[in-house]
Design a binder for this molecule. Structure first.
Ligand SMILES: C[S@@+](CC[C@H](N)C(=O)[O-])C[C@H]1O[C@@H](n2cnc3c(N)ncnc32)[C@H](O)[C@@H]1O
Length: 252
């Protein structure tokens, strides 16, 4: 199991498979360059292009987000780093409005295509410098899955802070990443460590720790913070203080 995971992760360590140009402004260029076709985007995101597995994993993540944040059909939901809509196609039918946001215009093309039949969907192109002010106070639930390992820590925190601003009072947040403190996360970290620095892709997935994510979420002002640690991932679920607009927010 761990071996299979490592094989898949080796392909995902750098979506380009070679050293990128580094730097925070490279996000859009890198992800655009690996998402020309839907298949290519699937490979870059998931390390495979198996449609059945793509569907299964997207649905499983969506189910988890819905149950952990108490999403209801009245909610406006923001997916930061929505990719090709792997998760969004399963969340959008369950909410009032779903907004997919990504730094890659190519990824957004695939998201639009995946959700073409839905009338409650919008996409937002991100500059790579946080969320646009137009979203402030408009969102009930923000989620961001399988994205933070590709970001510098500053940019992770920036999204957590901006998510706080985008949420309505009582709004909920769901973020995850792979954890240095997990068994499989440590194995991946060691594998990248074995590479010579010159061979290490600048976009190699970077681990986080439960403590880092929890710190970001608390410093941004969230409350009711829950940290869930798995064999690879750490997930943090939290709530913005204030009157909940959705009764489900009270269940957090
Ligand atoms: C591994 S994929 C995950 C996609 C999707 N969340 C999923 O789980 O299927 C990472 C996504 O993050 C996006 N991304 C990378 N850097 C970003 C940034 N600075 N801001 C927003 N999105 C970013 C990429 O374009 C890509 O779509």
């Amino acid at each position: 199991m761990v071996k299979r995971l490592l094989r898949s992760w080796r392909r995902r360590l750098s979506p380009s498979g070679r050293a990128g140009d580094g730097g925070r402004t490279g996000y859009a260029r890198l992800w655009d360059s690996v998402a020309h076709s839907r298949r290519e985007a699937m490979q870059a995101i998931a390390g495979h292009d198996d449609a059945e597995e793509w569907e299964r994993s997207g649905r499983a993540t969506a189910d988890d987000i819905v149950s952990e944040t108490g999403i209801t059909s009245a909610d406006t939901v923001l997916d930061i780093g929505c990719g090709a809509g792997r998760v969004g196609v399963h969340v959008a039918p369950r909410v009032r409005r779903w907004i997919g946001a990504d730094v890659s215009r190519q990824m957004l093309i695939h998201t639009r295509a995946a959700l073409a039949g839905a009338s409650n969907v919008d996409v937002v192109h991100l500059s790579g410098d946080g969320l646009p002010p137009s979203l402030i106070g408009t969102i009930d639930v923000v989620y961001c899955t399988t994205v933070f390992m590709h970001l510098e820590a500053w940019d992770r925190y920036r999204y957590v802070r901006d998510a706080f601003g985008a949420l309505k009072p009582g709004g909920r947040l769901y973020v995850d990443s792979f954890s240095l403190l997990s068994e499989d996360g440590w194995a991946i970290f060691e594998q990248v460590t074995r590479l010579r620095p010159a061979d290490r892709p600048s976009y190699s997935s970077k681990a986080t720790t439960p403590q880092e994510l929890e710190t970001f979420v608390r410093k941004a002002g969230f409350e009711a913070v829950r940290v869930r640690e798995g064999s690879l991932y750490v997930t943090v679920i939290a709530r913005k203080p204030g009157d909940a607009t959705s009764p489900m927010a009270q269940t957090l």
